[in-house]
Ligand binder design. Structure first.
Ligand code: BGC
Length: 352
C-alpha cells in the first residue's frame, strides 16, 4: 500500500494544487487531486491483469480548469438539481445560482468541484488514504451557514475505493455531497458504454419533469426501461420510445436504493463484457443518480487525445434525492448545528 504526493499544477491565481496517488499490491492505482477533490484516474486490472484507466478526465490541471461536466469531481453543497434555484428553510427563502436553465445544479457556479481542498495524505498498512477538508462560508452560492466538509478517500487491498463524507454547520442548512466520476470499464476513450451491463438494486425511482426535477412521486421500475434488477446492457432499451428516457435523453434518473439508508448496502453492479472488469457500488445514501453521459457531445478532448462523445461514460452518483429541499416527502437533507452529515460510498473493482 502506498500514498504519494506530487505537484499537479497551478490555478490561475497561482495556487499550487497537488496530485495524490493511492496504490495497492493488486496494481490498482488511483490519482486524486485536491482541486475539486477530483478523481483524475483509476487504473484497474482486467481478467488478464491488464491495467486501463477507467475514468474520464484530463492529463493535466489545465484540463480541469476549463468548463467540463464535473469529471471525477466532488459535488457540493448540493448534488443534482434544486428547482428554480430556491428553497425555504425555517420560513426564510434562499436563492441560489441558476446554472441549469431555471434550476440550480451541483452546488452552483463555483461549487465544491472548483474548490481547492486542504489535503493530507494518510499512510497505512491495510489501507491508504487522502483526507480533504473544505470550509464553505456562510452565504456561499446562496446557502445558509458556514459548512465544514471533510472527504476521506481510502483504498484497501480488496480494491475498494471508499469515500467517506462528513459535514457540520453553524446554522441550519441543507447538504448533499457526492462524487461525479464518469466510468468506462473498457477504458476511458474506448468508445461508448452501451454494452456495459448494469444491475441497480432499486425497486423504485423518482420520476422527473421535463427540466429533470422530481415530481415527488416514487414509482416502480417494473415493466419500464428503468428496470435494472438483473444485469442488463445499458444500450438494450436506451433508444426505446419511452417518456422517461425522452425527458432525460437517456438514463439520468435517481434510483431509490433498496434497504435502509444510513447503512452500507449494494447500490449497483456494472460488468464490461469484453475486459471482464466489474465495478460494484455500495452506499449509505438513499439514492443513486444513474447518468449515461447523454450530454457528452464530442466537444471535449480528454486523456490521450480521446474525444468524449455522447454516452462514452456513465456515472453512479450516490446521493439524496434531487430537489429534496423542496420535497418534504423525501428523506431530509437538512443539517442542524451540532449534528453531523455522514455519507459513505464504496466503489469496488473486480473482474469476472
Ligand atoms: C445530472 C445530469 C447532468 C450531469 C452533468 C448529472 O448528475 O443528472 O443531468 O447533465 O450531471 O452535469
Amino acid at each position: 500500500m502506498d500514498v504519494k504526493q506530487q505537484p499537479f499544477g497551478q490555478t490561475k491565481d497561482g495556487t499550487v494544487v497537488d496530485l495524490f496517488t493511492l496504490s495497492n499490491d493488486n496494481g490498482l492505482e488511483i490519482k486524486i487531486s485536491n482541486y475539486g477533490g477530483t478523481i483524475v484516474s483509476v487504473l484497474a486490472p482486467d481478467t488478464q491483469g491488464n491495467l486501463a484507466d477507467v475514468v474520464l478526465g484530463f492529463e493535466d490541471l489545465a484540463g480541469y480548469l476549463q468548463p467540463h461536466p464535473y469529471f471525477g469531481a466532488l459535488v457540493g453543497r448540493f448534488a443534482n438539481r434544486i428547482a428554480g434555484g430556491k428553497f425555504t428553510l425555517q420560513g426564510v427563502e434562499y436563492t441560489l445560482a441558476r446554472n441549469n436553465g431555471q434550476n440550480h445544479l451541483h452546488g452552483g457556479l463555483k461549487g465544491f468541484d472548483k474548490a481547492i481542498w486542504q489535503a493530507e495524505a494518510v499512510p497505512g498498512e491495510v489501507e491508504v488514504g487522502l483526507k480533504l477538508t473544505h470550509v464553505s462560508p456562510d452565504g456561499d452560492e446562496g446557502y445558509p451557514g458556514k459548512l465544514r466538509a471533510t472527504v476521506l478517500y481510502t483504498l484497501n487491498i480488496d480494491n475498494e475505493l471508499k469515500i467517506h463524507y462528513t459535514a457540520t454547520t453553524d446554522r441550519t442548512t441543507v447538504v448533499n455531497l457526492t462524487n461525479h466520476a464518469y466510468f468506462n470499464l473498457a477504458g476511458a476513450g474506448a468508445g461508448d458504454i452501451l454494452e456495459h451491463e448494469v444491475m441497480l438494486n432499486a425497486d423504485v425511482f423518482t420520476p422527473i419533469d421535463e427540466t429533470l426535477i422530481p415530481t415527488g412521486e416514487l414509482r416502480s421500475v417494473s415493466g419500464t426501461p428503468l428496470d435494472f434488477s438483473e444485469l442488463t446492457p445499458i444500450g438494450a432499451r436506451i433508444n426505446q420510445e419511452d417518456e422517461q428516457l425522452r425527458l432525460a435523453g437517456g438514463y439520468d434518473h435517481n434510483f431509490v436504493v433498496n434497504g435502509p439508508a444510513g447503512t452500507v448496502r449494494l447500490a449497483a453492479r456494472v460488468h464490461e463484457p469484453v475486459t471482464g472488469r466489474v465495478m460494484e457500488v455500495y452506499t449509505t445514501a438513499p439514492g443513486t443518480q444513474f447518468y449515461s453521459g447523454n450530454f457528452l457531445d464530442g466537444t471535449i478532448t480528454g486523456k490521450a487525445g480521446a474525444v468524449y462523445h455522447k454516452r462514452t461514460g456513465f456515472c453512479l452518483e450516490t446521493q439524496h434525492f434531487p430537489d429534496s429541499p423542496n420535497k418534504p416527502e423525501f428523506p431530509t437533507t437538512v443539517l442542524e448545528p451540532g449534528d453531523e452529515y455522514r455519507q459513505t460510498t464504496i466503489y469496488k473493482f473486480l473482474t469476472r
